[in-house]
Every structure is written in structure tokens, then in C-alpha cells.
Design a protein around this ligand. Structure first.
Ligand SMILES: NC(=O)c1ccc[n+]([C@@H]2O[C@H](COP(=O)([O-])OP(=O)(O)OC[C@H]3O[C@@H](n4cnc5c(N)ncnc54)[C@H](OP(=O)(O)O)[C@@H]3O)[C@@H](O)[C@H]2O)c1
Length: 338
């Protein structure tokens, strides 16, 4: 009886997938066909998983230049070879080193992109981690540093390059973030009333994973960024985000073995990396109506009820303000790029 009540409560609060979520998960997604001739694309975390498969689609669909942003260039070169072999297109893929666990590395990567790219049509921010127990990195928890702070830092540093491209080539470039349906599983209850949300997250009170929290923070920050950059009603750069769904990848490799076994078991029903990558591609070439929006199953979708609640929007303002202060501390004035 208690279990039934708990499951009913979880469904009511949308903390469990609905039958339609489950149905959609098993539906094949549209295979990417949009031509990308002439485009320059950056995909972070592209040496494996859904990032590598998304990069493969861009190369297959005639992009001129596809940069794999990888922290390990040996793994990046292996991905490059795999993509070149399967697409038969040499001289398109480049491997550039970037470690989102280091703010200096993110800044260096963005400086290089600013100096060397005559255009940037898509910045697909895919790199992400799930870590348990916590590992501190750059003064925060690794998931917060990589999935939120460095990801936003890179977006802000490269926004001028995307805008420059829009003006020079009369196009609408995309700044696309890989979010997660995992954000449904948190309402930031443990930190939302704190004086500083990011300071509160530095505490290792209960050793719970910060992964879902990091994806909620990213979602709120992206939504705010999109609002602030679209003052004219027509975005110069489309800023959107997507949920790839549950995919069989290496994402959970930094968690305890018992946890991984459960994920692997449930993962028998998960999407392949290639199927999941279609959600990345579709968002990265989607129309202006997706600006500031969340996509799932390759179509516009709703964020969690909490993210859409008045409290969600109130917390969004605070998350964004704190995040701006953090990235300005790393790269003074970078938030002025908004
Ligand atoms: N798989 C899912 O079910 C799922 C569901 C929802 C959202 N997502 C999101 O999808 C994105 C891709 O994940 P995935 O499932 O493809 O997992 P994955 O196979 O583990 O790929 C993650 C990628 O991110 C890179 N990365 C991690 N930390 C990095 C850092 N500090 N600097 C640079 N690159 C870093 C990894 O590089 P290394 O190989 O060097 O570690 C790898 O290339 C993530 O943002 C994840 O949160 C995944």
C-alpha cells in the first residue's frame, strides 16, 4: 500500500516517466538529413557517446569543418579516424584540446576559436559528467564545474564569434546545450533557499550526486541567457537546449560499480548513441521558435513543472546572477558578452 502511494505521489509530482515518456523513448527518431554545406561546427565531448555520433552526422551532411573539443586528444584522434572512415570525408574533422574541468583550458580553447575561425555556425555544448562521490574541481563540485560553469563560460566566450558569423554570412548560428530529462528529478529543494546556491552546493553534506541538480541549473541558466540575448524578438543566434533521452554511453563510468550495474540493466532499454545523437543534431539546426526552449525527442517539449513554476523562474534569476558573478571572476567582463 505504501509503495503504491509513493509511486502515485512520484507520478503526480512528475518525478517518474509517464507512459507517454516511455512510449516516446522507444519511437525511432528522425534520421538527420539537413544539408550542412559550408558550416563550421564545434562539438564538445565529441570523442565518444552521443557527441561523437552528432559530429558524424555533421560530417556526413557536408559540413566544411567539424571541431571535436576533447580533453584527451588521443581519444579525439580515434574518433576522428572513425568518423572519416565511416563518412569517407577526410580533411573536415579537427581535434582541439579542451578540458572543462579547467577554466584556463576553456579560455584557451575559446581564444583559439576566436582567432582561427572565420565562422562558427554551431557550438554544440555536449561535454558532461556524472560523478559519485564528489570530486572538487576549480573550487566547486566537478559536475557543477563541468556541466554548468565551464559550459556557460564557453557559451559566453564564443557568443561574439557566433554573432560575427551571423553578420558576415547573413545566417542564424546556433548555441545548443545538451541538457537532460534528469532535471525533472530535482526541484533544487536542498539549495534553493540558501543565500548562495553555488556556495551551498560546494558542501558535501550528503554525498548525493549533483548530476540532476547540475542539469537543472544549466537549464535555468540557458533559459535566462536566451531571454537576455533576445531583446528584439528575433534571435541573432538561436540559443536552445535538448534532452537526448536515456542513451547507452559511458556517462556513468565515474560512479560506484553497484550503481553502474543498475544503470546497465535499465540501460538494456536505452537508446543507442546514434539514436540519441539525432536529438543533438535536430536542436543544432532547429528553427528560431526553439530559442530559449527545451527539446526532447527532436521536438519542442516542456521543462519540468517545477522549472515552469513561479518559484522556478524566481530561482532562475538568482542562479543566473550567481553564475554571471562566477564566470566574471574567471574571465572579467565576460558576462557583458550577453
Ligand atoms: N547518456 C544519457 O543517457 C544522457 C541522458 C541525458 C543527458 N546526457 C548528456 O549528454 C551529454 C553527453 O553524454 P554521453 O551520454 O555521451 O556520455 P559520455 O559517453 O560519457 O560522453 C561524455 C563526453 O564528455 C566529455 N567530458 C567529460 N568531462 C569533460 C571535461 N572535463 N572536459 C572535456 N570533456 C569532458 C567526455 O570526455 P572523456 O571521454 O575524456 O571523459 C566525453 O567525450 C552529457 O552532457 C550528458 O549529461 C546523457
Amino acid at each position: 500500500m505504501i509503495i503504491v502511494a509513493l509511486i502515485a505521489k512520484a507520478y503526480r509530482s512528475k518525478f517518474l516517466p509517464t507512459p507517454s515518456d516511455v512510449y516516446n523513448h522507444f519511437r525511432p527518431l528522425p534520421y538527420p538529413t539537413k544539408d550542412c554545406t559550408g558550416m563550421t561546427v564545434i562539438v564538445t565531448g565529441a570523442n565518444t557517446g552521443i557527441g561523437r555520433e552528432a559530429a558524424r552526422h555533421f560530417v556526413r551532411l557536408n559540413a566544411a569543418r567539424v571541431i571535436l573539443g576533447c580533453r584527451n586528444t588521443t581519444k579525439g584522434e580515434a574518433a576522428k579516424t572513425s568518423i572519416e572512415t565511416s563518412t569517407g570525408r577526410p580533411d573536415v574533422v579537427e581535434v582541439w584540446q579542451v578540458d572543462l574541468g579547467s577554466f584556463a583550458s576553456v579560455r584557451e580553447f575559446c581564444r583559439r576559436a576566436d582567432a582561427r575561425l572565420d565562422r562558427l555556425d554551431v557550438l554544440l555544448e555536449n561535454a558532461g559528467v556524472a560523478v559519485l562521490p564528489h570530486r572538487p574541481l576549480e573550487g566547486h563540485n566537478e559536475e557543477i564545474t563541468v556541466n554548468v560553469i565551464s559550459t556557460m563560460l564557453m557559451g559566453l566566450l564564443l557568443l561574439p564569434v557566433l554573432r560575427r558569423t551571423a553578420m558576415r554570412f547573413n545566417t542564424v548560428p546556433h548555441l545548443t546545450f545538451v541538457a537532460s530529462g534528469g532535471h525533472y528529478y530535482t526541484d533544487l529543494e536542498e539549495v534553493r533557499d540558501a543565500a548562495s546556491i553555488f556556495d551551498e552546493l560546494r558542501r558535501d553534506r550528503d554525498m548525493k550526486s549533483r548530476y540532476m541538480v547540475s542539469k537543472m541549473l544549466l537549464l535555468l541558466a540557458v533559459r535566462q541567457l536566451a531571454t537576455e540575448t533576445n531583446t528584439s524578438g528575433k534571435p541573432q543566434v538561436v540559443i536552445n537546449m535538448l534532452n537526448p533521452g536515456f542513451c547507452r554511453t559511458e556517462l556513468w563510468r565515474n560512479t560506484p560499480a553497484a550503481f553502474r550495474w543498475i544503470v546497465d540493466l535499465v540501460g538494456l532499454t536505452a537508446r543507442s548513441s546514434e539514436m540519441g545523437s539525432r536529438t543533438l543534431f535536430s536542436a543544432a539546426v532547429a528553427g528560431e521558435e526553439t530559442h530559449g526552449r527545451y527539446m526532447s525527442n527532436c521536438v519542442l517539449s516542456d521543462e519540468s513543472p517545477w522549472a515552469r513554476s513561479p518559484q522556478g523562474y524566481e530561482v532562475q534569476g538568482r542562479v543566473s546572477a550567481e553564475l554571471k558573478a562566477i564566470v566574471d571572476g574567471v574571465d572579467p567582463g565576460v558576462s557583458n558578452n550577453i
